[in-house]
Ligand binder design. Structure first.
Ligand SMILES: NC(=O)c1ccc[n+]([C@@H]2O[C@H](COP(=O)([O-])OP(=O)(O)OC[C@H]3O[C@@H](n4cnc5c(N)ncnc54)[C@H](OP(=O)(O)O)[C@@H]3O)[C@@H](O)[C@H]2O)c1
Length: 340
């Protein structure tokens, strides 16, 4: 029987609870400590998970038995929180996006490398069975030469969402709908289509003009393999739809609708179209995401520690979607084609 892996949660907000639930659903792992700013929230979470709550970050990192620190704070704090954890000798599992800029992402990757600790970046969708099935088919060449890869994230967020202290700010969110919401689908698009060669985009804050970032972005990508792609990222349209990832090659098309495949049309294979079973995906309600993907990714982190290997989505892998996001933002800001 392997020893228990102890986890500490940084930020007991919306996603911190998903981490704690996922950790405690796994055998041989336990959420031992929680850090946050508000005493009431920290105490509530600590009581719920039978963990110890901290307001002091150094004391939290010194909690006995802590092996992994889960960074669930606002995105622009991931570097400071992750770096301090790495320097304290803890493995780091950071929420998406890895950080708000490539420079800050690189500093976090370097800090973890220097400390000799593992760095995992949460993109839980990659671990879901239907997503794996789509990736495997594309990897096996079933679609033939790739032609189009599109990511549509047409979501809705209520006004209160942007009325807090960090959503939509450049310092803590790094932008808006693209970097916060659509990055999951951008990550899948980049993973399945391969590296991006160039990007163009337009962005606006249409429903929420008070935010620094965008609530609506449309963009175009050219992949290194020559294929083209469209990106639509928004939190401004009602009622909000499931995210769609559409990949087409010379031999057919696969469409992921939410977390289910709804179109599987490939030459020589039985065709599938229609409503497949849906897993809740947060298209209109950020709290409606399933914990399944997090459970599977945290399980991979535990295995990586036990087997002394890299987590499947390590820092370098988790940075790739931020590189695409950054290029789309640079293109929108400069109104010119950006080569990666
Ligand atoms: N993988 C996913 O599907 C997914 C989904 C949602 C979010 N996320 C990511 O998870 C991270 C956290 O998002 P969330 O939705 O959980 O946010 P949230 O509900 O607002 O929670 C943020 C947490 O960070 C703490 N915090 C520390 N310093 C803060 C500061 N200066 N301003 C605001 N909060 C601060 C807050 O403490 P107090 O409670 O004490 O205020 C709170 O516990 C983000 O990077 C986000 O992109 C990922």
């Amino acid at each position: 029987m392997s020893r228990e892996i102890g986890f500490g949660i940084v930020g007991g907000g919306m996603i911190g609870k998903v981490h704690a639930d996922a950790i405690n659903a796994l055998p041989g792992t336990k959420a031992l400590a929680v850090w946050g700013r508000s005493e009431a929230r920290v105490n509530e979470l600590a009581a719920k998970y039978n963990a110890v709550g901290y307001l002091d970050y150094a004391q939290f990192l010194a909690h006995p038995g802590l092996n992994v620190v889960n960074i669930c704070s606002p995105s622009g704090l991931h570097l400071e929180h992750g770096q301090a954890a790495a320097e304290a000798g803890k493995h780091v599992l950071v929420e998406k996006p890895i950080e708000t800029t490539l420079e800050r992402a690189d500093a976090l990757i370097e800090a973890c490398d220097k400390a000799g600790v593992k760095l995992g970046v949460i993109f839980q969708s990659r671990f879901l069975p239907m997503v794996q099935k789509m990736k495997d088919a594309i990897e096996a060449g079933k679609l033939g030469r790739l032609i189009l890869g599109d990511a549509y994230v047409k979501w809705y967020r209520v006004p209160e969402y942007y009325a807090d202290s960090w959503h939509g700010t450049m310092a803590l969110d790094g932008g808006g709908a693209l970097i916060n919401q659509a990055i999951h689908t951008i990550d899948l698009l980049r993973w399945m289509m391969g590296p991006v060669e160039s990007a163009f985009a337009m962005k606006k804050a249409l429903r929420y003009p008070q935010i620094e970032g965008e609530d609506t972005l449309v963009g175009n990508l050219q992949f290194q393999n020559g294929a083209l792609g469209a990106v639509v990222a928004t939190t401004s349209i009602k009622p909000g739809f499931k995210r769609r990832l559409e990949i087409s090659g010379e031999r057919g098309t696969i469409i992921l609708d939410g977390d289910a495949i709804t179109v599987w049309e490939i030459d020589g294979e039985p065709s599938l179209q229609g409503d497949a079973a849906q897993i809740t995906d947060g298209s209109a309600n950020p709290a409606a995401i399933s914990t399944e993907g997090h459970r599977l990714q945290i399980e991979d982190m535990v295995k990586a520690i036990r087997e002394d290997r890299q987590p499947v989505i390590n820092g370098v892998e988790g940075r790739k979607s931020l590189e695409v996001v950054s290029a789309l933002y640079a293109a929108a800001n400069a109104q010119q084609l950006i080569h990666l």
